[in-house]
Structures are given as C-alpha cells and as structure tokens.
Ligand binder design. Structure first.
Ligand code: C2O
Ligand code: CU
Length: 484
C-alpha cells in the first residue's frame, strides 16, 4: 500500500539523522493542495465525488473543501497572520468554524452570532493570527449536521516555531459515514429518535478520506501522529496493537507526555490527540489499530504495515517528547468565579417523558426552548439549530476573570462539549484530579460525569458552547457564553 494516505504535514520537523534517506524513499511530496504561502488559502466549498471505500467501489457524492474529503490540509504558522478566503459554491448557506483556534469572535464562523452566513456564490474572508501551535480542524457551522455528514471537514495544523524531533509528522482525519449499498450517503439527517440517543453514528469509517487497509511504516521511525475525529457522532477508543503510543497533546494543546490509561485513546467527535509513536515493530510485520469504543461493535481502523527494510535506527530516539506549551493564561483558582452547567434531556429522561417526543415541540414546563423539537437542554435552556442572533447567554463573564465551571452530565448519554474561543484547563473528573496538565476545547463527558474545568475569560465576544454530537447540538444542547 502506498503512503500517500499519510499526509505529511511538516518537513521542518524532520530529524537530520536518517532524514535524507527516509525522504527519498518513504515520503510523498508535499501534497498538491498546500498553498504557495502557508498562511494564505483559498477554500472553495463545492459538491464533488470521492471513492471512500476503495478504487473499484462506487464513488460517493460528497461536499468538499477544494474538491477532496477531507478538505485541503491547512497549515498555518503560530503567531503569523492568516487569511483564508472561503467561496461558497454550494446551493445553500454555509460558514467555516476554525475549531479550537482562539481567534477573534468575528472570525468564529457561527451564523447569526458572529457573522451572516455565506450565501451561495458569495465569499467570506477569515483573517486571524493563531496564538497556539497544534492540531485543529475546520468545518461548517450552518446546517452542520448535513454539511459535516456529507464530508465538509479538514485539518488545520498550526506549526510550532521550533520544530519537533520526529521522523515524520502525520495527520489522520477520521470520519464516519452512513453509506447505502450503492455508495450514496444515506438520507434521514436529523432523525428525531437518533437525536435523542447517540446521534447519527454511521457504518463506514475513513482515514484521510478512504477506508484504510494498511498504513506504511519503517522500523525505528519516530512518528508524530495527529488524530482528528471529524465524525458527526461516533466516539472512538483506539488501540495500537503491539505499540505504546504517548499522548503529547490534546485538542491542540500540549500536555505532559503520558501513556493513555489502558492504552486506549479516547476521541469524541471534534477531539484531537497528538501521539508520539516509536515504531518498534518487526520489519515486514503488520499490527492492527482497533476502535473498540462501542461494546460488540469493534472494528479494525487500519493496520500498521512495516516494510522489509532494516531499522532506521537501533534504539528509540531519546529526544524529549514534551511539546512547548502554548501561551494560555493559567486561571487563578483562588479568586475564580464558580458556575455550574448542567446537561439535561435525551431519550429516557424526564424531559423526553413530558411528551415532547410525541408533540415534537418543547412546551413550557420550565423550558425556555428557542426552537422546535428540542430534546436536550443546558441549565434548562434549549437552543436548537446552528447559531442564532439574540440568544441570551447562559453565563456572562467580565473579561479577564478566572472561571471554574462544574459540568454535570445528568443524562444517560455521552457528550463531547465544545467551548468556542477558549481552551479549558481540565481539573477533575468525578472528584478525582485529572493529571498531565491538560487543556481541552472539547470535553468528552460520559453519562453522569461531573467535570471541573477552569479558564481565563480573556477572549471577548458571544461564544457558542455545545455538544459536538451534531444531532444533539441541533436539538437543543447548545448555549452561549458571553465575555465582555
Ligand atoms: Cu466544531 Cu461549534 O464547533
Ligand atoms: Cu451530546
């Protein structure tokens, strides 16, 4: 199997030792879609076709950024201004949200709240200077469930100023699709029963836009592997058979390098995890990468396939693994304001039990539902759809304040909760401290979880906060946090 599917994302990070050899033999050239100047991009949003399941299988009608799924890899440089011209060639409105990047509110891509939607035939210019290096992604925030479900997603790499010592820097954009027999995308977006349960989980998972049999490696390599879960609803728990991945960043933010608990890497929708993998497998052998998140539904994501060449080096590198931290302000826990955000609703909840499933519309009953068909709520409020003007914020903070949030999942379902505009220091889960000094913009909440998280409200504006299971967002698990 060729190695083109391993998008090489940085050459600056290549080690001197052995790099020339590796470059000549293993690395495809810089992908054609990378722009000439790495902070200046054109992104055309348009219909296209993709062979998701294999070269001789039927092609799928998809929606694309620059003609491919996933969309063009966007590579920016930390601290340097970026300009991204998005041109809408779909026949419906769209926007682009640069997920996880701490940018000015007007560039956040939420229709109604931060910008008017981009109408068909029109363009919008996103301009911002990414403060943090790391792994991010971009996707629509208009008709999100269908637009993401039809393929609109791409990775954003913000390069470190100082390169990291690895042989190759790879990104795996993982996407979940619900395909029909003949390769089409199944209709039925926004199915109400699914919305009240786990969301639209599909039947086909692609790695960089295709179902992957193998990914090519060489014994002795050190890999930085950037995982992006671009699924609508599928949660993943990845195991790398025969390997010991080290987590070095979560949601783009460096953490203390550590081996994940039980050697499983949890990736909720919209989450990113950067791994360092020392490829210590035997030449010529293959090793499985398995996703076993859902009981009884585990599947092989791909196989790590070693070529027959001798090891690139005798012993694993002993270069350090820790990435340089980004310029995030440490919240002052002693003086912080404290608030609670409670997640409510879903199938088999009191909220659903009030007849909402039958009625199809939120009644009064203490709910201040904005839209139709809410099945979820945050602090008793249901904001539905993709974004609105005039939404009363659930919480408002004075700029510069430290804030501690208690996130309470009162539902019996999982929710990856995404905060726009900020990264949160995750402090505790169910009363136990969370180690490794980790920051996240998307916090995966198991049923009944209680998570403590803190941040400095330093980015002014009205910011979305929602579940990234798209059906959950659309049906009420969304609100606004105001920093002024
Ligand atoms: Cu990635 Cu509001 O979302
Ligand atoms: Cu959810």
């Amino acid at each position: 199997m060729n190695s083109e599917s391993n998008c090489p994302v940085s050459r600056r990070g290549l080690l001197q030792a052995g790099a020339g050899l590796l470059l000549a033999t293993a690395l495809p050239s810089i992908p054609a879609h990378s722009a000439s100047s790495s902070n200046d991009y054109k992104v055309a949003v348009a219909a296209g076709r993709a062979r998701l399941t294999g070269p001789d299988r039927p092609a799928t009608d998809v929606w694309t950024y620059n003609g491919t799924v996933p969309g063009s890899l966007v590579r920016l440089r930390q601290g340097e201004p970026a300009r991204l011209v998005v041109e809408n060639r779909l026949d419906q409105e769209t926007t682009v949200h640069w997920h996880g990047i701490r940018l000015p509110n007007a560039m956040d891509g939420v229709p109604g709240l931060t910008q008017p939607p981009i109408r068909p035939g029109e363009s919008f210019i996103y301009e911002f200077t990414p403060p943090d290096a790391g792994t991010f992604w971009y996707h629509p925030h208009a008709n999100s469930l269908e637009q993401l479900g039809r393929g609109l997603a791409g990775a954003v790499i913000v390069e470190e100023r100082e390169p990291v010592a690895v042989d190759r820097d790879l990104v795996w954009v993982l996407s979940d699709w619900r395909l029909t027999e003949d390769g089409g995308i199944a209709s039925g977006f926004g199915n109400r029963m699914e919305a009240g349960m786990s969301g639209r989980v599909g039947n086909t998972v692609t790695l960089n836009g295709r179902v992957s049999e193998t990914e090519a490696f060489r014994t002795g390599e050190r890999i930085r592997l950037r995982l992006v879960n671009a699924s609508l609803a599928r949660i993943m728990a990845l195991r790398f058979d025969g390997h010991r991945p080290v987590v070095v960043a979560i949601d783009g933010q460096p953490c203390d390098p550590h081996e994940p608990e039980g050697r499983r890497i949890f990736l909720g929708p919209a989450m990113r995890v950067d791994l360092v993998l020392d490829m210590q497998g035997a030449p010529g052998r293959t090793y499985e990468v398995v996703d076993d998140f859902y009981d009884g539904l585990s599947y092989r994501l791909t196989q790590l396939a070693y070529d027959a060449r001798p090891p690139i080096r005798e012993h694993p590198l002993d270069a350090q693994l820790a990435l340089l931290r980004n310029p995030l302000l440490e919240p002052d826990l002693a003086s912080a304001e404290r608030h609670r955000l409670t997640l409510q609703g879903g199938m088999m909840s009191a909220m659903m039990g009030r007849g909402d499933m039958q009625g199809g519309m939120m009644g009064g009953g203490g709910m201040m539902g904005m839209g139709h068909g809410a099945v979820w709520a945050i602090n008793g409020q249901s904001m539905t759809g993709d974004g609105h003007a005039g939404m009363e914020p659930a919480l408002a903070f004075k700029r510069g304040r430290s804030v501690v949030l208690e996130l309470r999942n009162e539902t019996t379902w999982w929710h990856p909760m995404h905060f726009h505009g900020h990264s949160l220091r995750v402090l505790s889960r169910n009363g136990r401290p969370v180690p490794h000094r980790q920051w996240q913009d998307t916090v995966l909440m198991a049923p009944k979880d209680v998570v403590g998280a803190a941040f400095v409200a330093d980015n002014p504006g009205d910011w979305m906060l929602h579940c990234h299971v798209m059906d959950h967002q659309m049906s009420g698990m969304m609100t606004v946090l105001r920093v002024a």
